[in-house]
Design a protein around this ligand. Structure first.
Ligand code: SAM
Length: 267
């Protein structure tokens, strides 16, 4: 397949793989189910494969695009330009509060550039109290990690961070052939729905993220070893956590209990 799609040469550095399979595009838009009057935000609209059918179902759409040529095309698009507010720049640096109307939480979606999908999800976790839901196309392997249960090989720090904040559902699997150029890996769309009240509350999310970074640093070591200098054996026992457990066997609730303990100690 050609590296040029609709007259645009795909740029690797921006993770550009453009969706062209109309069946898949329809399935994704049905899953997003956009409605008139909603506060929709698309990350990386590209050549508008998702933007056009979403805009067909609604009156306004905020889009964030880093590639100037693509942003220019969107702003001069014959049908779309009336409906779009185009923000040029890096979604990782965007303050998503900009798109928030207190009456209307955001609905964020996008076929994300795979090279930045994990840090972008961490960035968006800062805004979950203002987000109704998120639908993202990701590498299938990343979707598996987001949805992984304790004890599985793919369970790690991003599983804990995301599951603490959101209900996670894998919704559509997408083969490489649905894109131009095709990526080397399978893809999938995930739905993330932030909890209004998390079943596992944390007092300080940054504390949870820092703890998980250290806890999962060496998966083959015990939690006692990985958390040396942060929590000792007596403290782990006090929290009901087996110091000899491997990091991937502990639940989201266990990680939240450890993070809340550390937050309380600081205050
Ligand atoms: N939505 C289109 C589609 O489905 O065909 C394009 C998807 S392509 C995988 C990723 C898009 O994100 C590209 O348009 C790329 O230029 C844009 N992009 C890459 N990095 C970005 C960033 N940091 N912030 C905003 N957009 C970005």
């Amino acid at each position: 397949m050609s590296k040029t799609h609709l007259g645009h040469r795909a740029r690797k550095r921006f993770g550009q793989n453009f969706l062209h399979d109309q069946n898949i595009i329809e399935q994704i838009v049905d899953v997003i189910n956009p409605q008139h009057g909603e506060n929709l935000v698309e990350i990386g609209p590209g050549l508008a494969a998702l933007t056009e059918p979403v805009a067909d179902r609604t009156d306004h759409l905020n889009v964030i695009e880093i590639d100037r040529d693509l942003a220019d095309r969107l702003e001069s698009h014959p049908f779309l330009r009336e409906k779009l507010t185009v923000t040029r720049g890096d979604a990782m640096k965007i303050d998503f509060n900009e798109f928030v109307n207190p009456e209307q939480p955001m609905r964020v979606f996008g076929n994300l550039p795979y090279n930045i999908s994990t840090p972008l999800i961490f960035h968006l976790l800062q805004y979950t109290d203002r987000i109704k839901d998120m639908h993202f196309m990701l590498q299938k392997e990343v979707v598996d990690r987001l949805a992984a249960e304790p004890g599985s090989k793919t369970y790690g720090r991003i599983s804990v961070a995301v599951q603490q904040a959101c209900r996670v559902t894998a919704v559509v699997n997408v083969p490489p052939g649905a894109f131009n150029p095709p990526p080397k890996v399978e893809s999938a769309v995930v739905r993330l729905e932030p909890y209004s009240e998390s079943p596992t509350p944390v007092k300080d999310r940054q504390q949870l993220h820092a703890l998980c970074l250290q806890a999962f640093n060496q998966r083959r070591k015990t939690i006692r070893n990985n958390l040396k200098g942060l929590l000792n054996e007596a403290q782990l026992n006090q929290l009901g956590i087996d110091p000899g457990a491997r990091p991937e066997t502990l639940s989201v609730a266990d990680y939240c209990a450890m993070a809340n303990y550390l937050t309380d100690q600081k205050n």
